[in-house]
Design a protein around this ligand. Structure first.
Ligand code: GLU
Length: 446
C-alpha cells in the first residue's frame, strides 16, 4: 500500500469530503508499515475495501413543528464495516451533519469498536436537524419521522444505533418507542443508550466519560504520577463531559473549565457535585449555552464569551465536544500554559496540526477512538443484557467497562511503544486495524 496513491484515488472519488479524507489519512499513515509487512492484506485489497462503506442510506425526514409548519431534514445511516459483527455506532443530530462527517465517524467507529474486543462492526448515522431551541414535542415528532425510514435497516443482529452529539436518553426513548411500534420487537438491542428499566444498562450514560478517565488515569500512572489535584479542562457540557467530570472528581482531580459554543466557564476551585448535576439541566433546556452555569453559580464559575476551554491553564486537556474542535493555535496555547497530557474524548477532536504540536512537544496524546471507546463498549454490554433478558448491577457493568479500558490501554502500548515513549495514535490505529483485517481476510472476498 502507498498512502499517497490511495489518498489521491479517494480524493478524486470523493471530492470535498474533507473530514472523511482526514480520518482515512490519519489511520493509513499509522498502519502503512505494518500493513506492508503482510502481503496477504495487499493481495486481498483490505485497504481499498475498508475505506468504502458497505452501504449508505440517505432519506428524507419530514415532520411538523409546533407552529404547524412542515419541515424537511435529511437523515442518514452509514453501514461501514461488519467484519467483526453487526454495525454499531451512534446517531448525530446537528445542522452540520453531512455524508463526509458521518463517513469520518463511521470509519473511526470500525477501529474503536474493534479495540473493545467485542463483536461490533462499525456504523454511524444522523440528521442535519438542529435540536437547539426545539420543544420536547418537536423532538419527539422528529425522532418518530426519522424512525419511519430507518427501522427496516436496524436490529440487534443487523445494525444497532445509539446516541451521539444531539442524541441523548430522551431522543433514544422516542426513537426506540417508534421502532417498537413499527417493528413489533419489544425487547431488543436494536438501539442502545435506553434508560434503565426498559432495556437500558446501568452505567451506559456515564460510560464514555468514565471510560475516558480510566484511560487517562493509566496515561498519568505511566508517567509515575497520580490524578490527585490534577487540573482538567473539558470542552462541552453534554453527556460525555458530565461523565468525565463525575469520575474526575471521584478520582480527586479538579475540573477547572467546561465550555460551550458561546464561550468558557472557568471554575477556579474545581467543579462541584451540584454543578455536575446542573450540567444535566443545561442539556435538557436545549439552550446550548455554558453561560447558564455561571448564572446559576456566580461565585464559583466565571464565564468568558468567545473563548475556548483551552485558554484555561490545566494539566490535562480533554476535548469532549466535536471533531476538529482543538486547533494548532489552541495546542500551542495549552503547551505554553504547561499542559502535561491530552486525551481526545470527542471523535477526531484535534486538528492534525494540533496533534503534531503535542507530539513535537513530547506530550502524551491519546486519540478519541481509544479514549472514548467506553461508550460503545457499554452499548455492547447493553446488547448482551438485552439478548439474555437480564440486568447487571452497576458494579458488574463498571468492572467490565474498567477492564475493557485497561485492555485498550495495554493494546495501545503494545503497538505504540517507541523506546521510552508511547505513540498512542499509532498504537490505537494498528491494534484496531489488525483485528478487522484478520477478520476480513478469514471471511473471504465479499
Ligand atoms: N456515539 C458514541 C461513539 O462515538 C457511542 C456509540 C454507541 O454506543 O453505539 O462511540
Amino acid at each position: 500500500m502507498k498512502v499517497k496513491e490511495i489518498m489521491k484515488t479517494l480524493e478524486a472519488k470523493h471530492p470535498g469530503e474533507k473530514e472523511y479524507l482526514q480520518a482515512v489519512e490519519e489511520v493509513l499513515v499509522s498502519i502503512e508499515k505494518v500493513y506492508n509487512e503482510h502481503p496477504e492484506f495487499e493481495k486481498a485489497k483490505i485497504i481499498e475495501r475498508l475505506v468504502e462503506p458497505d452501504r449508505i442510506f440517505t432519506f428524507r425526514v419530514t415532520w411538523v413543528n409546533d407552529k404547524g409548519e412542515v419541515c424537511t431534514n435529511l437523515g442518514y445511516r452509514v453501514q461501514f464495516n461488519a467484519a467483526l459483527g453487526a454495525y454499531k455506532g451512534g446517531l448525530r443530530f446537528h445542522p452540520a451533519v453531512n455524508v463526509s462527517m458521518l463517513k469520518l465517524l463511521g470509519f473511526e467507529q470500525i477501529f474503536k469498536n474493534s479495540l473493545t474486543n467485542l463483536p461490533l462492526g462499525g456504523g454511524k448515522g444522523g440528521a442535519d436537524f438542529d435540536p437547539t431551541g426545539k420543544s420536547d414535542a418537536e423532538i419527539m415528532r422528529f425522532c418518530q419521522a426519522f424512525m419511519y425510514e430507518l427501522w427496516r435497516n436496524i436490529g440487534p443482529d443487523q445494525d444497532s444505533p445509539a446516541g451521539d452529539v444531539g442524541v441523548g436518553g430522551r431522543e433514544i426513548g422516542y426513537l426506540y418507542g417508534a421502532y417498537k411500534k413499527l417493528a413489533r420487537e419489544h425487547s431488543t438491542g436494536a438501539l442502545t443508550g435506553k434508560s434503565y428499566g426498559w432495556g437500558g444498562s446501568l452505567i451506559r450514560p456515564e460510560a464514555t466519560g468514565f471510560g475516558a478517565m480510566y484511560y487517562v488515569e493509566r496515561m498519568v500512572k505511566q508517567k509515575k504520577e497520580n490524578m490527585k489535584g490534577k487540573k482538567i479542562a473539558l470542552s462541552g457540557f453534554g453527556n460525555v463531559a458530565w461523565g468525565a467530570a463525575t469520575k474526575a472528581v471521584e478520582m480527586g482531580a479538579k475540573v477547572v473549565a467546561i465550555s460551550g459554543p458561546d464561550g468558557v466557564c472557568e471554575i477556579k476551585d474545581g467543579i462541584t457535585k451540584e454543578m455536575i448535576d446542573y450540567m444535566l439541566d443545561m442539556r435538557a433546556s436545549n439552550r446550548n449555552k455554558v453561560e447558564d452555569m455561571a448564572t446559576k453559580f456566580p461565585k464559583l464559575a466565571k464565564f468568558t464569551a468567545g473563548k475556548k476551554a483551552w485558554s484555561v491553564k490545566c494539566d490535562i486537556a480533554m476535548p469532549c465536544a466535536f471533531q476538529n474542535e482543538l486547533s494548532e493555535d489552541d495546542a500551542k496555547m495549552l503547551i505554553k500554559n504547561g499542559v502535561k497530557y491530552v486525551a481526545e474524548v470527542s471523535n477526531m477532536g484535534c486538528q492534525p496540526g494540533a496533534i503534531a504540536a503535542f507530539q513535537k512537544a513530547k506530550l502524551p496524546f491519546a486519540p478519541g477512538k481509544a479514549v472514548n471507546a467506553g461508550g460503545v463498549a457499554t452499548s455492547g454490554l447493553e446488547i448482551c443484557q438485552n439478548a439474555g433478558h437480564i440486568n447487571w448491577t452497576a458494579e458488574e457493568v463498571d468492572v467490565k467497562l474498567h477492564k475493557i479500558m485497561n485492555d485498550i490501554y495495554d493494546m495501545c502500548v503494545e503497538y505504540g511503544k517507541k523506546g521510552n515513549t508511547i505513540d498512542y495514535v499509532k498504537g490505537a490505529n494498528i491494534a484496531g486495524f489488525m483485528r478487522v483485517a484478520k477478520a476480513m481476510l478469514a471471511q473471504g472476498i465479499i
